[in-house]
Design a protein around this ligand. Structure first.
Ligand code: FAD
Ligand code: NAD
Length: 467
């Protein structure tokens, strides 16, 4: 340690970086974390997972009142009003509490927060806010930023064409919101503003929403979102936008080419993906080159090509998810400390927090077939699950994909009000190499939504009871 200021310097304090810093400190290493933002927690806590879930939850409560779900259960309210400032205030409190929580954990674990953006100046050396810092190990956890769409300039302050950060902070409910990109952000934030009263159109380049998810799930999701009132323009691309005062006019074209049309909106959300943050990091100074997609490549242990430099989270290949970044944070710290840190990238669940929620883990049916597996598939509709039926949440289903020869579960996909919680069971089962029979013969509490997983597993090789 004598030659360096720190054993470990983590660049970035998102779910990847802060978890790596805490784990490294728990393992007895001297740790610093450089963060350029005013608060710790990265995209996830400041402008991602947490504020979006606050708005999703608040807008669900509002919709329950306005759309009659509460009345159906005998809760009568004379006049329902939205106070958007209060909702935004509650969101801000949640963000403050959670980002403050990371600051507390840093102090508790004696982690030094170096305030400012870090830039490599040489091997084992960076500069933060003009000050040189050295470390034996440097972990790049700089995360990602919004991918811009050429011809559609985002201006979050003006609030007409916004990215996810702007869409989380609107001080008005737009009358007409156009969402560019039918991925996770577009559907979550599109759902928020639809529930609060906006007329929402989602423009998606591909012929289905949610690329990467199972085909049946994508089709069912589109059906449900249409039923909820989202207008979906699939196989359509946005080629440009003009803004006049508080209105935007978008130019749309069929993805396969053809006549252009225009679409007016008083708010446009650009949500076409995110790209890794490597600009300004001074990677040249250490001779580290990002790949063609701008990501930093690592080996299985999260080592980059440069000795003593590691990378995790959104800045490396793989799904851009907070829990993936967190697990990589733990693993990289354990590897630096000489232990064996492993992440099983085949079992990373993903969840879309709409209502109902959409979740999956492992292979899609399409990917499993492409990989040469012969399959047995079991499905069970939520409309036949007693708890979902009683709660009046009939939409969705559970789909278990198993290998026909070994019965081993290869993937699990579901749409259900609490799919984001249910998916943990499928992930755990897959982590332990479960067969569909293992799940089918596991006793599930009644009445729970999770019984639909058991019934879908029973449907793989036999018959579910309630169908
Ligand atoms: P980040 O969280 O992006 O953190 C990187 C940090 O590094 C940033 O704070 C940045 O300021 C800092 N930084 C960058 N460069 C430097 C530098 N040179 N020096 C110092 N600091 C630097 N994922 C989920 O799993 N569930 C969700 O529900 C979810 N919701 C989301 C909602 C939205 C609207 C968005 C935008 C994303 C959401 N995500 C969600 C994705 C999730 O936020 C990311 O996958 C996760 O934050 C990645 O963690 P990370 O640590 O790799 O990077
Ligand atoms: P995404 O990759 O999920 O979806 C982007 C969508 O935009 C795709 O469907 C793509 O086909 C479409 N698209 C691309 N160019 C287009 C164009 N010109 N016109 C129309 N459509 C176009 O990206 P996102 O929704 O921006 O989210 C970014 C990342 O953040 C994702 O990787 C996601 O993992 C993460 N995130 C996760 C959660 C969650 O876990 N619940 C929530 C929000 C964000």
């Amino acid at each position: 340690m004598a030659d360096y200021d720190y054993d470990v310097l983590v660049i970035g304090s998102g779910p990847g970086g802060y978890v790596a810093a805490i784990r490294a400190a728990q393992l007895g290493l001297i740790v610093a974390c450089a963060e350029g933002r005013e608060t710790l927690g990265g995209t996830c806590l400041n402008v991602g997972c947490i504020p979006s879930k606050a708005l999703l939850h608040g807008s669900e409560l509002y919709a329950d009142a306005v759309e009659g779900t509460l009345a159906k259960f005998g809760v009568k309210i004379d006049k329902v009003e939205l106070d958007l400032a209060v909702l935004q205030g509650e969101k801000a409190i949640a963000v403050k509490e959670l980002t403050g929580g990371i600051e507390f954990l840093f102090k508790k674990n004696k982690i030094t927060w170096l305030k400012g953006y870090a830039r490599f100046t040489g091997p084992h050396a960076v500069e933060v806010a003009g000050k040189p810092v050295t470390a034996k190990n440097i972990v790049i956890a700089t995360g990602s930023s919004v991918t811009p769409l050429p011809g559609v300039a985002v201006d979050n302050d003006a609030g007409v064409i916004v990215d996810s950060t702007g869409a989380l902070a609107l001080d008005r409910v737009p009358e007409r919101l156009v969402v560019i990109g039918g991925g996770v952000i577009g559907l979550e934030l599109g759902s928020v503003w639809r529930r609060l009263g906006a007329k929402v159109t989602v423009v998606e380049f591909l012929d289905q929403l949610l690329p990467g998810m199972d085909g049946d799930i994508r089709k069912e999701a589109a059906k449900i979102f249409r039923k909820q009132g989202l207008e979906l323009k699939l196989s359509t691309k946005v080629t440009g936008a003009t803004v006049a005062g508080a209105k935007a006019t978008l130019t749309l074209e069929p993805a396969a080419g053809g006549a252009a049309e225009t679409l007016e909106a008083d708010c446009v959300l650009v949500s076409i993906g995110r790209r890794p943050n490597t600009e300004g990091l001074g990677l040249d100074a250490i001779g580290l080159k990002p790949n063609a997609r701008g990501q930093i490549e690592t080996d299985h242990d999260f080592r980059t090509a440069i000795d003593g430099v590691w990378a995790i989270g959104d800045v490396i290949p793989g799904p851009m998810l907070a829990h993936k970044a967190e697990d990589e944070g733990i693993a990289v710290a354990e590897n630096i400390a000489g232990l064996t840190g492993i992440v099983n990238h085949d079992v990373i669940p993903s969840v879309v927090y709409t209502m109902p929620e959409i979740a999956g883990v492992g292979l899609t049916e399409e990917a499993a077939k492409a990989a040469g597996h012969e399959l047995k598939i079991g499905k069970f509709p939520m409309s036949a699950n007693s708890r979902a039926k009683t709660n009046r949440e009939p939409d969705g289903f559970v789909k278990i994909i198993a290998d026909a020869k070994t019965d081993r579960v290869l993937g699990a996909w579901m749409i259900a009000s609490v799919a984001g919680t249910m998916i943990a069971e499928a992930a755990l089962a897959m982590e332990f190499g479960a067969t569909s029979e293992d799940i089918a013969y596991t006793c599930h509490a009644h009445p729970t939504h999770s019984e639909a997983i058991k019934e879908a597993a029973m449907a793989v090789t036999g018959k579910p009871i309630h169908m």
